[in-house]
Design a protein around this ligand. Sequence first.
Ligand SMILES: O=C(CO)[C@H](O)[C@H](O)COP(=O)(O)O
Ligand SMILES: [Fe+2]
Length: 227
Amino acid sequence: MPPFRIAPSILSANLARLGEEVVNVVDAGADIIHFDVMDNHYVPNLTFGPVVCEAIRPLTSAIIDVHLMVKPVDALIPAFAKAGANIITFHPESSEHIDRSLALIREHGCKAGLVFNPATPLHLMDHVMDKLDMVLLMSVNPGFGGQKFIPEALNKLRTARHKIDEYTAKTGKEIWLEIDGGVKVDNIAEIAAAGADTFVAGSAIYGTPDYKATIDAMRAELAKVKR
Ligand SMILES: O=C(CO)[C@H](O)[C@H](O)COP(=O)(O)O
Ligand SMILES: [Fe+2]
């Protein structure tokens, strides 16, 4: 059984009580805090920046996974690294020089990843695998929480899993495969079977009254997965 990681997106948290919401979800069993950064330019929504990351950093030792939905990306990379991010991912469409942006993330001591929108082809990862620690597939169009999972993402996950497994077999390098958008208790097993090992879930966790019960239910579904 591969290690499965659950990454609640604080986009769906009660932002008036953000600190408590971070602590509570980690106490409930989350592995990662997923931090959605939107700029009202690359995506039609506006969220939070490095100062908010810096504010939550002392509250938890959980991994902070910063998903940059901003264009351009490079100027924000050092700022998020300084604010305590552990992983920084960005969309290839938002960088003029993908290899350079990935290198910049790693030079700042963070794990680096590329994010693929539903219609963005996976071949954009082919020549930068050595600089990737994570591949994030969007199963919704980016910009909002609470959207419906796009089923074609399952085929894309299988393709990405194959590419990553081939690369890992050749080099020994581990690359996490994360899925983001519309992940729920009732589809997480199918998504894991298609190849994901890391699961962002915003509304499915923060929209329920008992975060531990929801995360436990997700783990129970994941325990049934055969791959
Ligand atoms: O990147 C995102 C949106 O662009 C969010 O991480 C994602 O939508 C999580 O929300 P939900 O689990 O409610 O779909
Ligand atoms: Fe996200």
